[in-house]
Design a protein around this ligand. Structure first.
Ligand code: AMP
Ligand code: MG
Length: 398
């Protein structure tokens, strides 16, 4: 049985990044950048006013303020003033308006006494006051965005401000989901004795969509070798296959056998974690990764968080993991007796200046409601048997 850390390493080293392709900015949100973006423009492209007011020339007269300055024109965003400002003159300017030739500062409108054709004020602004300089945000020639960055709204803004209409990204991974189990019945249908509603066929696709992957198919298959072979065989044409259930050591756990019959190399099976120990990971002859999540619904969701996110990140070449960890103060003790890494469902709240965390109650892997209450997982490392109340513990946000 391998450790969670070794399992993550094996995932990272065996998943190939998808081929990049150009997309328009409007379709780039959440995608991972596949190119180095170098600015070929200065942003802003011209000196401009950061306040509404009046653009003035440098005060070179020595006779100070309080005199009157003649208003000779106006510069607004998108409407430059074409003349030049000289000593004793002012150009009315609005935020974003290009700084007129000869102007060296802007006095804000609130500090000015205005008449029909002149202004006066008490204190001359320092040179450069309320001016946004050419290139102060982005200097032409600098590398602004780097491969592996996940594009958030601000990244799209920066790309747009540099004039980029398209950008090279790795596409959303296309993911097939096959949930296995003869007992599974779709919600909306009545249950015969021994049957249960298929919850993971909803949880896993929803987690995938939240992770900005594209779900191509969701199939539910009986624990029947021929049916499994047909369904899994079809699903191996996508970028990633996720199966649920049928991966423990029971008589009807057929998923690994079927995968191997279809030429999938099993890279690891069973990870030293709780919940979710029987998790498996493999790769098809074509290089398509396959993650076999255990069937217990909580195990399915927790192992998705731990092991599917790294696969999706690796497929997209993400430089930073998409899962977020932090620390919180534990509100009660936690004990365990095995050498597995435990992921307890936790509720973290910010209280009196710090994050405090407690478990959601019973941690059995069949208690799916424990995940509804949770906003994080509390990580109890392999070699830790006891965490005392008040200790600082590692959490992973859900
Ligand atoms: P398995 O890993 O196939 O042995 O399943 C472990 C437990 O999880 C069994 O009690 C299954 O009935 C249950 N289970 C498996 N798949 C699902 C699913 N898609 N939705 C809800 N429960 C499931
Ligand atoms: Mg099963």
């Amino acid at each position: 049985m391998i450790t969670a850390a070794d399992a993550e390493d094996l995932i990272r080293t065996s998943v190939r990044r998808l081929a990049p392709r150009p997309v328009s900015l409007a379709d780039a949100l959440g995608r991972v950048l596949a190119e180095e973006v170098v600015a070929d423009l200065d942003v802003p492209g011209f000196d401009n006013a950061s306040m509404d007011g009046y653009a003035l020339a440098v005060d070179g007269t020595g006779h100070g303020p309080r005199r009157s300055y003649a208003i000779i024109g106006e510069a607004a965003a998108g409407r430059p003033f074409t003349g030049e400002v000289r000593e004793g003159e002012a150009v009315r300017i609005m935020t974003g308006g290009p700084l007129p030739r000869g102007a060296e500062c802007v006095i804000e409108v609130e500090k000015v006494r205005e008449s029909a054709d002149a202004i006066s004020f008490d204190e001359y602004p320092a040179s450069g006051r309320h001016i946004r300089r050419t290139g102060e945000d982005i200097r032409r020639g600098t590398a602004v965005l780097h491969p592996g960055m996940r594009l958030r709204p601000a990244h799209l803004g920066v790309l747009a401000s540099m004039g980029r209409a398209t950008v090279s990204v790795t596409p959303a991974p296309h993911v097939a989901v096959v949930s296995t189990g003869t007992e599974l019945v779709a919600p909306g249908q009545a249950l015969a004795h021994g049957q249960i509603h298929n919850s993971s066929a909803f949880v896993v696709p929803a987690l995938l969509r939240e992770a900005r992957a594209e779900v191509t198919r969701v199939e539910t298959v009986n624990d029947d070798p021929a049916m499994l072979r047909a369904s899994i065989g079809r699903a191996l044409s996508d970028d990633l296959l996720i199966t649920t259930g049928g991966v423990s050591a029971g008589k009807h756990d057929l998923v690994l056998d079927v995968l191997q019959q279809l030429g999938v190399e099993v890279i690891f099976w069973k990870v030293r974690i709780k919940p979710g120990m029987p998790l498996a990971f493999g790769r098809s002859a074509r290089g398509v990764p396959v993650v076999c999540l255990p069937g217990n619904p909580v195990s399915t969701a927790v192992t998705f968080q731990q092991f599917v996110h790294p696969v999706l990140d690796a497929l997209q070449g993400a430089a930073v993991p998409s899962t977020l960890r932090g620390r919180a103060r534990l509100e009660h003790e936690i004990s365990k007796k095995d050498r597995k890494r435990h992921f307890n469902r936790g509720v973290a709240l910010f209280h009196n200046g710090e994050w405090r965390v407690r478990t959601t109650g019973p941690q059995s892997s069949g208690i799916l409601t424990s995940l509804v209450l949770a906003n994080c997982l509390i990580i109890v490392p392999e070699d830790v048997e006891h965490l005392a109340a008040g200790e600082s513990v590692e959490i992973e946000w859900l």
